[in-house]
Design a binder for this molecule. Sequence first.
Ligand code: NOJ
Length: 703
Amino acid sequence: MSSRVEALLAQMTLEEKVAQMVQIPYAQMGRKEALAWARRGAGSFLHVLGDDAREVQQAALHTRLGIPVLFGIDAVRGHALNDHATIFPSPLACACGWDPALTREMGRVTAREVSADGLHWTFAPLLCLSRDTRWGRVDETFGEDPFLTGELAAAMIEGLQGDDLAAPESIAACAKHYLAYGEATGARDAYDSSVTCRKVREVFLPPFKRAVEAGCATFMTAYGAVDGTPLTADGHMLRDILRDELGFDGFVVTDWANVTSLVTRQHVAADAEEASLLAAQAGNDMMMNSPEFYECALRLVREGRLSEAVIDGAVRHILGVKERMGLFERPEKPENPGCIGCEAHQQAALDAARRSVTLLKNDGVLPLSGVRRLAVIGGNADDIRAQYGDWTYFTHPTPSAKHPPVRPYTTIREGLEALARERSVACNYAYGCGPLPSERDDLDAAVSLAREADAIVLVVGDEIRQFGEGKDRADLALSGRQAALFDRLRALGIPLVTVLLASKPLALERVAEASDALLAAFNGGAHGGQAVAEVLFGEVNPSGRLPISFPRHSGQVPVYYNQLPGWHDGQYCDLPATPLFAFGEGLSYTAFAYDSLTFDARTLTASVRVANTGSRAGRETVQVYFRDEVSSVLTPVKTLIAFAQVELAPGEAREVVFHLRREAFSLVNREERRVVEPGSFVLMAGHSSRDEDLLSVRFTLEG
Ligand code: NOJ
């Protein structure tokens, strides 16, 4: 640890040290109390912008030691809690791009805008996996796969933190929520994840390991529990694994009120003191919104129940990050309001939105051509709140942000109207219905309007009351009157394109089968509507690939691709085993063909040839999976270990080469050790995780 941090620590009173471990929620606390906390030396504040933040920082700088405050915010898809910032697609939508460079750029833009607002730190990226998609927070994840999640997360961290964490436009990232939060039993938010430590190491730890390797400055402890132990109280996960094994050297912040919850929700502590003791000993360095920790920790140390060395350790981690960030030299980020929401950043968000659109079915109706009258139907076609989804200034208002929607943004309706105008296509809109029943519902009017058209675009999905923290769904079927609206439109016999604007995959087997085309837009951000319109009219050739599987029915989840073998009959008696749409799947307006897969087991080099056999230029995502044929524990039927993108002109072919590491073929054995077990394996490469999309070769790995 640095001499400056040690010197500072030596000067600090116990009160000053414990205060560093406290993170205060500005909006909840209110200005007066927040300022009192700043004078007491609180280490960090969250959800505060602009002049309010500056006032807090000045108060901190005028304390005895003048230790700067660290300001944190949930900038999870751009600096979206600021109403003038650039709003990117949700992480799930972004992940459809399967492109670390794109995600890195999203991180860069986010860092520029957050720092331009005088803030230092975002609670992103989220590394939980969405395997039981009834969970309310699927939209915040990069999907279901540990490898893809790790790659995108590392890119996001690099983008946020830049080459130098102390640079004016760099901010600290936060890998959250440590650990297995998305795997809560029954998809019940913040509930217990009934998984063993072996399973944690096999599936949930790898993305977090990747985050440590990428230099992530902070980690956030999950709300939930693993096998009955709340993460907040889990020293094995926080100290033995995260610190000692993975070598994490930043600081750990709890999630919201985690310390309080040990008493009030999880009942593993009798009172606030016991909870504070558990949290500090387990290895949480900073307590988010559990201000009672301050008095409790002071008492615990004074009474000799908590060693001051534990407090010193935590404060060292916090000051270490503050030092790495250059806060002691420059506590305030140089403000640059002009960069917030600027044109170049909007362009980056538009690029990300274009790359997120995933075409799942096309019987030939797309791209729209020869259409003279287009009907656009559905509440979500023209609802910017639904298009944004979670974690924007609508859903998490900060004191200084306004709530009415702030331009620029384009809904799907607006995007289609603009492109239709250029093509002299008549484009008319009817609401029909939204995801939840309302007084605006009017199916008859929508059907009458659609009857006059020669193509229909129906937008269905969900809205913010159906997802987010604590909003898990038992039923993933289309809600409200959307299925009824679909049936009535389908009955008209007019070409029908369905667009899913939703936070996550919904169970829409019947709709998918009966639509002439289907595309997933998820939550596309400010320019999601333009991106969808460009794909529908063929200006953009879609290249999105699913980072998550679509179930046929809610009862089929979890339906992730990397299932374990051994299920008698391999399917439900009333449903096939296969998902409706598989991980990695996504169509293009051109076609790709694969051949010549080879794998050299000595150099661990794979090679496959991919050709564009259609008539348009397109981008293909080449995916590489493996299977361990005989292993000491159950291992997945396939596991993603590499991917790459190629842009191919019509008729062009390219050999794509992958240099793999031996560890890619590892498993976690019964002793919880990650090992490669020699023997025979299968390597697969191709267009998606579906068997029929993959070429395969067998090979042997020696001991
Ligand atoms: C609770 C959420 O679980 C977490 O993701 C977020 O960063 C914090 N609150 C702060 O808003």
